[in-house]
Design a protein around this ligand. Structure first.
Ligand SMILES: Nc1nc2c(ncn2[C@@H]2O[C@H](COP(=O)(O)OP(=O)(O)OP(=O)(O)O)[C@@H](O)[C@H]2O)c(=O)[nH]1
Ligand SMILES: [Zn+2]
Length: 209
């Protein structure tokens, strides 16, 4: 878990103190408004730098959150249940680290408990913590799987993310509707093709394919 905390940019107090001030952020947004060719002093835009800063705090709130806090709360009283737990179709919004435009997708997360289970909402919370940072889909998939693997220590974790990247849809190549799929498997999901196949079958049965 140490590695996750250490690689977590918002966690360190010195780094936090080194963040730009509110007025610096607002000035940066004002520069962007000028740069795109608009007038930051017209009525509709005069409060926009402040609004954008507030929106960014929300959209990128994941830098101030630690997945370990969420995943640390587990329980064991599940009447001996020891089979797969799958939470599928968890919707998320993220932003790509290359263009800072949205990634819109769904995550599917499964694990094989080793005595302990997680509150179901905690899996969705972890998705949100990583989604609310600048991401590549590959990193986000690997980070979610690593956080669950290292904190819960289950017999295996499977993460699949399906997403559309607005940087491919709205700009650049301008291809709308394509979906990127990424997966990470650990433990038995990685070593046992049968477990991996069950994960895929459970996902497919839902999607009606
Ligand atoms: N692997 C991966 N690539 C991504 C992701 N999000 C965006 N990209 C890609 O990152 C690449 C950045 O390519 P560059 O050539 O540096 O940037 P660019 O000139 O804006 O590229 P174009 O998007 O092709 O116009 C693009 O191919 C994007 O499609 C992601 O989550 N994973
Ligand atoms: Zn992009």
């Amino acid at each position: 878990m140490d590695a996750i905390v250490k690689s977590f940019p918002g966690k360190d107090q010195d780094e936090k103190d080194a963040r730009p001030s509110q007025s610096e952020v607002e000035a940066a947004v004002r520069t962007l408004l000028l740069w795109v060719g608009d007038d930051p002093d017209r009525e509709g835009l005069v409060d926009t730098p402040k609004r954008v800063a507030k929106a960014y705090k929300d959209l990128f709130g994941g830098y101030d959150e630690d997945p370990e806090d969420v995943l640390g709360r587990t329980f064991e009283e599940v009447a001996g249940y020891d089979d797969m737990v799958l939470v599928r179709d968890i919707p998320f919004f993220s932003h790509c680290e290359h263009h800072m435009v949205p990634i819109i997708g769904k995550a599917h997360v499964a694990y094989l408990p080793d005595g302990k289970v997680l509150g179901l909402s905690k899996i969705a919370r972890v998705i949100d913590i990583y989604a609310r940072r600048l991401q590549t889909q590959e990193s986000m998939t690997a980070q979610v799987s690593k956080a669950i693997d290292e904190t819960l220590r289950p017999l295996g974790v499977a993460v699949m993310i399906e997403a559309e990247h607005m940087c491919m849809a709205m700009r650049g190549i301008r291809k709308q509707g394509s979906t990127t799929l990424t997966t990470t498997f650990t433990g038995q999901f990685k070593t046992d093709p049968h477990q991996q196949a069950r994960f895929m079958t459970m996902l497919r049965s839902h999607n009606g394919h």
